[in-house]
Design a protein around this ligand. Structure first.
Ligand code: ADP
Ligand code: MG
Length: 325
């Protein structure tokens, strides 16, 4: 049975057996507003709402059963995978590099230097997710968490016009929040499931994932805490992407590696291994000097070979470069 055909047994947290209004209220206060959020919670998270260990366990089991987050056969898996959606980037070459666009139920990370085009890609995806499936969209809306205050509605309007979409409607379907600190950023995601569900959000953007973490956790002794928090944040993101069949897109800065004698241009993404292991598709974006062209390099993917694609950033948004496919 495909995911989309599955009937959900319990629609709201109150529908779950044994959850009275008071418990529902305490769960809501902790950000557990939907059955999906209970299904993907840990026992200790629910115990924080005053539930006993046994009760927390039962509740998670009921919620999981309800949304069928359970073991599947390989055959089911194939069908589940057909429920995967993809969002076009606007460039056929870049889409092809990723196997047909940015995919749902996993995290795609764009990393690169300042000005390489990461935020422009995010803007474009927030518009494109709204396109009909036949044009490479998912007919959904976008959730946009901005940590660097670089989101511009003007860019959305220009991109929407270029695609022949009604600009105001498109702007209305991008739900935006600026995150002021890393804790605020984490809280925004923790409280996101209601807004995702109510607005048919199919794309969750965190631009940039690491900027706050990087500036707040300075020095070696803070590194373990930073990594632990980033890890938690990313796991929250992947849970949301899976529960709502949404694409998760994050951006990441790069740090130069000055001690790499053999490769002076070597750069590596902030966050190290933890970010690397959790984000499923990683793409390095580079600027070509003096041109609007960009080179995207698929650095890691669960099933695609490494490769490169050239695209361009124009006033109209992300496009293919003439003469290249
Ligand atoms: P990053 O997020 O990687 O730091 P951005 O996504 O903000 O980088 O990319 C900024 C670049 O995008 C600019 O240097 C410019 O090349 C291009 N760009 C931004 N806005 C426009 C526009 N309106 N028309 C053409 N190119 C643009
Ligand atoms: Mg940016």
């Amino acid at each position: 049975m495909a995911l989309k055909e599955r009937e959900q047994k319990y629609r709201s947290v109150e529908d779950l057996p044994g959850v009275g209004p008071a418990t529902a209220e305490r769960l809501r206060d902790l950000g557990f507003t939907t059955v999906e959020s209970i299904a993907t919670a840990t026992i200790s998270e629910l115990m924080a709402a005053g539930l006993s260990e046994k009760k927390a366990y039962e509740l998670i089991a009921l919620a999981r059963e309800s949304i069928e987050l359970t073991w599947v056969t390989a055959k089911d898996l194939a069908e589940l995978r057909t429920g995967l959606g993809r969002i076009t980037t606007g460039s056929k070459a870049l889409d092809a590099l990723m196997g047909g666009g940015v995919e749902t139920q996993s995290i795609t990370e764009f990393y690169g230097e300042f000005g390489s085009g990461k935020s422009q890609i995010c803007h474009q995806l927030a518009v494109n997710v709204q396109l009909p499936v036949s044009r490479g969209g998912l007919e959904g809306s976008a959730l946009y968490i901005d940590t660097e205050n670089t989101f511009r509605t003007e860019r959305i309007i220009a991109m929407a016009k270029h695609l022949g979409l009604p600009p105001e409607l498109v702007a209305e379907r991008i739900i935006y929040a600026e995150a002021y600190t890393s804790d605020h950023q984490m809280l925004l995601l923790e409280k996101a499931d209601k807004v995702i569900k109510e607005n048919n959000v199919r794309l969750i953007i965190v631009d940039s994932l690491t900027a706050h973490f990087r500036s707040e956790y300075l020095g070696r002794q803070l590194l373990p805490e930073r990594q632990q928090k980033l890890n938690k944040h990313l796991h929250r993101l992947i849970r949301l992407a899976r529960a709502f069949n949404a694409a998760a897109v994050v951006t990441n800065q790069v740090m130069a590696k000055p001690d790499d004698f053999f490769n002076q241009s070597a750069v590596f993404p902030v966050g190290g291994h933890i970010v690397g292991h959790t984000s499923h598709t990683r793409i390095l974006v580079r600027k070509v000097a003096g041109k609007r062209n960009r080179i995207a390099r698929l650095v890691s993917s669960p099933y695609l070979p490494e490769g490169e694609a050239v695209f361009a950033i124009t006033e109209d948004g992300i496009v293919d470069v003439e003469g290249e496919d």
